[in-house]
Design a binder for this molecule. Structure first.
Ligand code: ADP
Ligand code: ZN
Length: 736
């Protein structure tokens, strides 16, 4: 770059970049995308060079130093970051910082490990002439070493062959292998046995989908597809086909899945088709992620699979971005920068000429409306591969049932079906989206509900561990014996969670083998896998779980699914409550009848007439979407308008309230001028979390520009408030 004024984005929630002087002696090595250290008030910050600035260099402070020798980000990344910052009202520097894995920013190189290399040609000759009876361990080790000429970490080798020490040492003494010390990072999925799989013959509906996508790929146009396919319709096969086409043209692809679905089974489907895939799992070490990042950037790997942040994977010549289960909330980042990976994918695709496939059995209303408007091309796959029927879903009206069993949990109908299924030796699954034993504790005398000290949230009682847990901050307390308010009252338990369902089921059917699946029981290495193997081997009769089990699992033997309480998700004070409920029921129902025997789904509810339940029972997404869109349109909610939330939080509630009132005063005229609806301030639904009082203002507008003006005003006038923090979330996925 030329010496003079340059723009630098610093990692702060500020939309504008700052100008600095690039001195002549550093100019030769400076490029856009390069990180620099700059003075910022009394601090030094690490920012990114955006490009030249038209400020007067004489008035600027010089940058302190260049941080990298090569830019970590490309011009397209800088453009993307600017669009993201604008869309979600966050800092460009914040976005750029979020684009890079921590390990890359720190230059993590991995641990120094011992790597085993073959000595050629001696090793190959020795293997060919290996005496048939002699030391097979050594022979198998040598074979593996020869298969990886670039060297294989000793640990990996020894683990794969379940040997330690001596056979390898012997090979080294024989002069067949050498050891070196290198910076290597272990591939956590390397231990998986990978068998290459062939693509199956596609079904006609899959063929139709892949033809359309192939055409867009050929044109290298930034087209977006909405692949609406029922569970088991073979969407993943469509993704695989499209990825294959990308690779054969030397291009790369990103596959995004919700974090919870990023299991070894998912990864294996992609790896077994294409060999090595960069898996950007959040459990990786920084060094691991840094290595994956570098391999992608250098083009040594061309497919990245991961959760939301995979949208920033440095793929060369990006041909395709797939978002599976595109309706999932986890694609929206909950802290700054609060981007939505689905939209970022579309922005990136536009910049790089890539195709986007959004796949779901229950598309988000945003995507569905975009398809109706023609911004996305809709592809529907209505049938399951192999012709399996979607299971019939029945609603059980709890108003007309006399619940039986412990805790009045089961309608007689569900209890009887569970018993019958057990007698037939078939598996059942019970679903409730709440963990713990009891979801609240109330004083019999004064009515006080036991809340978390730091959050205004009822604490959940876990009987197994006999403690109370706050699901928001994770705080736990011993179970109190008496009310902490009136100090005399006896405590009674309210509301049920999966622990309770488990115990009630055991009491209802003592002979049944019952297993609970949730984050408690699957904690620890291999716990997940063990449970799943048990279920597959049919050592379990009744499975009980939260939404963790609703996703992506394939248990062909399950023939009965009971939803304990469908109303719990409908009651959430959020305009997306109906959408969530529909999605959840569809997902749960998708778990049944995947094998040879048909399945059925029983949904217990006090509001069977609700349109979300009624359409879910018919498996009629389109009817649901129509009803839901009508409601959203009349209320001005997304996808027909934009929404933003400003949450003000602080330890002193009076200050928070005052700051919120002042903010409203400042915003009101701007809102009026720009046609933005301004609601609040009001206590947020979660009004006290982690010792912070929270009040919010909600802004709603048909056009994003109107909202932007208001948010700008928000940012300008807010700085003054002391002890109060402001968080701005544009098009939030949760209003809590
Ligand atoms: P989805 O992603 O829509 O839930 P999957 O791609 O997982 O569906 O497909 C469901 C099952 O059908 C999988 O076991 C998959 O291997 C199988 N399958 C998909 N397409 C085909 C095909 N064309 N021929 C045979 N089996 C297929
Ligand atoms: Zn708490």
């Amino acid at each position: 770059m030329k010496a003079g004024a340059i723009e630098v984005a610093v990692p702060l929630p500020l939309q504008k970049a700052f100008s600095y002087l690039l001195p002549a002696e550093l100019a030769g090595e400076a490029h856009p995308g390069l990180r620099v250290r700059v003075p910022f008030g009394p601090r030094q910050l690490i920012g990114f060079i955006l490009g030249p600035s038209d400020m007067d260099p004489a008035k600027l402070k010089p940058i302190s130093a260049l941080v990298d020798s090569d830019p970590l980000l490309r011009a397209a990344d800088l453009q993307l970051a600017q669009r993201i910052a604008q869309r979600w009202f966050c800092g460009v520097g914040e976005v750029l910082t979020a684009m890079l894995p921590a390990g890359v920013k720190r230059g993590a190189r991995g641990r120094l490990t011992t790597v085993v290399h073959p000595v050629l040609p001696a090793a190959a000759d020795a293997l060919a002439d290996w005496p048939s009876k002699a030391s097979t361990k050594q022979r198998e080790l040598l074979r593996s070493v020869l298969e990886t000429p670039a060297g294989i970490p000793r640990q990996t080798l020894e683990r794969n062959h379940q040997v330690s020490g001596s056979p390898l040492e012997t090979l080294r003494k024989k002069g067949l292998v050498t050891f070196s010390r290198e910076h290597r990072v272990e591939d956590v999925f390397a231990a998986l046995e990978i068998e290459c799989s062939q693509a199956p013959e596609l079904t006609p509906q899959q063929r139709k989908a892949t033809d359309a996508i192939a055409e867009a790929l050929r044109e290298r146009s930034a087209r977006g597809f909405l692949l609406h396919g029922v569970t088991g319709s073979g969407k993943t096969e469509v993704y695989l086909d499209a990825i294959g086409r990308c690779l054969s043209e030397g291009r790369g692809a990103i596959v995004m899945v919700p974090e919870i679905a990023l299991t070894p089974q998912t990864v294996e489907r992609f790896e077994s088709r294409f060999g090595t895939v960069a898996v950007l799992h959040s459990h990786l070490t920084d060094a691991d992620r840094a290595r994956q990042w570098r391999e992608l950037r250098e083009g040594r790997r061309r497919i990245a699979i991961g959760p939301r942040s995979a949208v920033f994977a440095p793929i060369r010549d990006l041909g395709l971005i797939v978002i599976d289960e595109e309706h999932e909330n986890t694609f929206k980042q909950q802290n700054a920068p609060r981007y939505h990976a689905r939209e970022v994918a579309q922005m990136r695709a536009e910049l790089e000429g890539s195709v986007v496939i959004l796949g779901s059995a229950t598309p988000s209303l945003e995507s569905w409306e975009a398809a109706r408007r023609g911004d996305l091309t809709l592809i529907s796959m209505r049938d399951r591969v192999g012709g399996g029927e979607m299971p019939p879903v029945s609603r059980i009206d709890m108003r007309s049932q006399r619940p039986t069993g412990p805790g009045g949990l089961f309608s007689p109908l569900l209890a009887n079906l569970l018993r019958r299924n057990l007698e037939r030796g078939e598996q059942s699954l019970l679903f409730l989206n709440r963990r713990g034993f009891r979801t609240a504790l109330r004083c019999k005398d004064c009515g006080y509900i036991k809340r978390c000290r730091d959050c205004d949230v009822a604490m959940t009682w876990y009987r197994e561990r006999d403690h109370l847990l706050c699901h928001h901050c994770g705080r736990s307390e011993p179970t109190p014996r008496q009310c902490s308010e009136c100090r005399t009252g006896e405590l009674i338990f309210r509301g049920v969670g999966t622990e309770f369902v488990e115990s009630a089921t055991r009491r209802l059917l003592p002979e049944a083998r019952v297993r609970r699946i949730d984050s408690e029981t699957t904690r620890g290495r291999g716990a997940h896998e063990r449970l799943f193997t048990e279920i597959k081997r049919r050592e379990v009769d009744i499975i009980i779980g939260t939404q963790m089990i609703a996703k992506g699992l394939d248990f062909p033997e399950i023939t009965l699914i009971g939803v304990i309480n469908a109303d719990s998700s409908l009651g959430i004070p959020d305009f997306r409550a109906a959408e969530r409920t529909f999605q959840l029921l569809t997902q749960v129902a998708g778990r049944a009848g995947r094998g040879a025997r048909p399945g059925q789904v029983m949904v217990q509810t006090y509001t069977p007439e609700h349109y979300a339940l009624e359409t879910a029972a018919r498996h009629d997404y389109e009817a649901f979407a129509e009803a839901e869109l009508e409601y959203r349109r009349s209320a001005g909610y997304p996808p027909f308008g934009h929404l933003a939330r400003a949450v003000l939080q602080g330890e002193d509630e009076a200050k928070v309230i005052a700051a919120a009132a002042k903010l409203r005063q400042e915003l009101a005229p701007v809102a009026l001028e720009n046609g933005v609806g301004l609601l609040g301030p009001a206590p947020a639904p979660l009004s006290f979390i982690k010792r912070l009082h929270r009040h919010h203002l909600v802004m709603r507008c048909g056009r994003q520009e109107g909202l932007d003006r208001l948010l700008q005003r928000c940012a300008d006038c807010f700085r003054s408030a002391r002890g109060v923090q402001i968080l701005v979330d544009v098009d939030p996925v949760a209003m809590m």
